[in-house]
Design a protein around this ligand. Structure first.
Ligand code: C2E
Ligand code: MG
Ligand code: MG
Length: 604
């Protein structure tokens, strides 16, 4: 007995004896007689035929089908009678046949014993499905020639499709079906490597950022905003050439890879096409939406630039376009990179400034035009930069907003202004004196705002009526529910709200009326236009009248001339502020102004 011999060769004496005994017993039990062999073959055949999920079939050396189980019938759709005697390539796609896949499979199975096959196949009737299979070489006959092959295969289309979906979700944006940031980066990287090999040099990356998307989101709702994004995605696709790639990087930011840009003008033509397309309104559910975009363009060189370089340059250019007032495009240049480096420095300096409290307040008088006297001050923050000296808010507030430091700065300004005001009130015995503090939209939407304000008032024993808060129309870009909730609580507390720089933002009048505002500050540009030109006067009149019609008090900013002052008094504007009365001044100078009547001296 062959079994016993190998067993003995492998184990020790006792082991061999035990193993021999066991095998003799087994062999007796399963003695292989011709009947038993037939029986087991029959069992196996029935088993194979009964398998319905797995196609099991055999072929001869030329690929002619010899055996076909019911699983094969189920998986491939052909009955046994239809396929036995035919070549097994009938289940392959035309492309696979042209590429010689069936022959290669046989050759590999003959050589290696097994050949794997995972590919799209054709079912009877022409439907495609994804099969995973394995072709195995049958044992050679007595002369050593292989007898044929058996193949087991099954349909894994569902699994493959699920996998494709997951892969798609990882690479594509669900909403617009465009490649997402990760896949854009990969595509760009791959393109650059290939372009370098093929000697193509120039390409371009365009970043397209929709302007004021947040306010569209807030005013029209998420569903409409999503609809807009989908439409913009389709518009962008229409503006580029077939070889170019459009992707969605962020909420409202798209990226375009323009391949083979021979001249920078090629890229500019496409940018212009995008601008022209966006000039037309987009219609969504009967609404007409007008949207603009800020675009940054980087012309890259596959020899020099990496994907990271190109995206960074386009990003810098895009920020430059935003800074130039949006709705425009900017092509990256090296100077811009220097400016970006400056911005980074500014951000670092600001972090230090907040930690070391390098700020101080100046105060600009607010004058009652009706009573011809100073009634309070607006606190205006300044940064005492250790190297640059005094830096004005216009230079650092936007940056502080973008990195979130504004909340700490505004909180400091608020506390300091309250402390200073109380000191003046006590010194001058005038509790009616007020202070206005500017709040950034971020601070206004901050959950701690109310606590901060209560604390600042309590710590300084200040009445709520002494503090005024100035917000700009940008607050309307925040969630209106949050804003109006905060505003209502402030009113309850007794702190008045002013709307600053009125006329320069995007507020909707209906929303304006729904906020408990007290004062409308007429922006300096309108006051500036009051000169000899009657149109300027008319515009100022319209804004002052609007304020009154909304039940608000008007305060004109930036009064610089006597003409402006007398005109505003004649228009019934209640309060004024500007260089005509006084520039913003330090706390010590401000103190000397308290009690003054109009006209104040212009303090340089
Ligand atoms: P704003 O609140 O509209 O402040 C008025 C600005 O106009 C001040 O500029 C003031 O110096 C300037 N101004 C006042 N009268 C005249 C005038 O007659 N002619 C001209 N040409 N300008 C005049 P400033 O101090 O540079 O502040 C600029 C802006 O920075 C402020 O505009 C305000 O929006 C913001 N800001 C100032 N302080 C703070 C603060 O503590 N927090 C926040 N979030 N923003 C602040
Ligand atoms: Mg202000
Ligand atoms: Mg203002």
């Amino acid at each position: 007995m062959e079994h016993g011999l190998t067993g003995r060769a492998r184990t020790g004496l006792i082991g061999a004896a035990t193993s021999l005994l066991k095998r003799v017993r087994d062999a007796t039990y399963y003695r292989i007689t011709p009947e038993r062999l037939r029986e087991s073959e029959e069992r196996l055949r029935l088993l194979i035929e009964g398998v319905t999920d797995y196609a099991i079939f055999s072929i001869n050396l030329d690929g002619t089908i010899l055996f076909w189980n019911s699983g094969a019938e189920h998986v491939f759709g052909y009955s046994e009678a239809e396929v036995v005697g035919k070549h097994f390539s009938l289940m392959y796609t035309a492309d696979a046949i042209a590429a010689g896949v069936p022959d290669t499979e046989i050759a590999r199975a003959a050589e290696d014993g097994v050949a794997l096959d995972e590919a799209w196949h054709v079912r009877r009737g022409g439907d495609l499905f994804y099969a995973s299979g394995e072709m195995t070489r049958l044992k050679a006959d007595a002369d050593g020639n292989p007898r044929g092959f058996v193949k087991i295969a099954h349909d894994v289309t569902t699994r493959i499709e699920a996998f494709e979906t997951v892969k798609r979700q990882a690479l594509y944006d669900d909403l617009t079906q465009l490649p997402n940031r990760a896949s854009f980066f990969e595509l760009l990287e791959r393109y650059i490597v290939r372009a370098k090999q093929e000697g193509d040099d120039r390409f371009a990356v365009i970043l397209v950022d929709l302007d004021h998307f947040e306010s569209i989101n807030v005013s029209l709702g998420h569903v409409m905003a999503d609809g807009l994004l989908v439409q913009v995605a389709r518009l962008l696709e229409r503006c580029v050439r077939t070889n170019d790639i459009v992707a969605r990087l962020d909420t409202d930011r798209f990226a375009i890879l323009l391949r083979e840009v021979v001249e920078p003008e090629d890229a500019m033509r496409i940018v212009e096409r995008i601008e022209e397309t966006l000039e037309h309104s987009i219609y969504l559910d009967g609404f007409e939406i007008h949207t603009t975009a800020s675009m940054g363009i980087a012309i890259g060189s596959s020899a020099r630039d990496s994907a990271e370089d190109a995206l960074r340059d386009a990003d810098i250019a895009m920020y430059e376009a935003k800074a130039r007032g949006r709705a425009c495009h900017v092509v990256f240049d090296r100077e811009m990179q220097d400016r970006a480096a400056l911005r980074l420095n500014l951000q670092m300096d600001l972090r230090r400034a907040v930690a070391r409290l390098e700020f101080f307040n100046e105060y600009q008088p607010i004058v009652s035009l009706e009573r011809s006297m100073l009634v309070g001050f607006e606190a205006l923050v300044r940064w005492n930069h250790p190297e640059r000296g005094v830096v004005l808010p216009g230079e650092f507030i936007p940056e502080a907003e973008s990195i979130g430091l504004i909340v700490q700065i505004d909180r400091w300004v608020l506390h300091e202004a309250c402390r200073q005001l109380r000191a003046w009130q006590v010194q001058c015995g005038d509790d009616a004196l007020t202070v206005s503090v500017n709040l950034s939209i971020k601070q206004f939407a901050h959950k701690n705002l109310l606590d901060d304000i209560r604390e600042a008032l309590e710590q300084n024993h200040l009445a709520a009526q002494s503090l005024k808060l100035e917000i700009t129309e940008t607050v309307f870009m925040e969630d209106f529910e949050t804003i109006s909730g905060t505003a209502a609580l402030l009113r309850e507390l007794g702190v008045e709200l002013y709307i600053d720089d009125f006329g320069t933002g995007y507020s909707s009048l209906s929303r304006l009326t729904r906020l408990p505002l007290k004062v409308l500050k007429v922006d300096r540009i309108f006051v500036n236009q009051i000169s000899g030109d009657p149109r300027g006067v008319e515009i100022a009149r319209t804004i002052v009248t609007l304020a009154h019609n909304l039940g608000l008090v008007a305060l004109a900013e930036g009064i610089e001339t006597e003409v402006q002052l007398t005109t505003l008094v004649a228009l019934g504007c209640e309060f004024g502020q500007g260089y005509w009365f006084s520039r913003p001044v330090g706390a010590d100078v401000a103190e000397t102004l308290i009690g003054h009547r109009l006209p104040l001296l212009v303090v340089q």
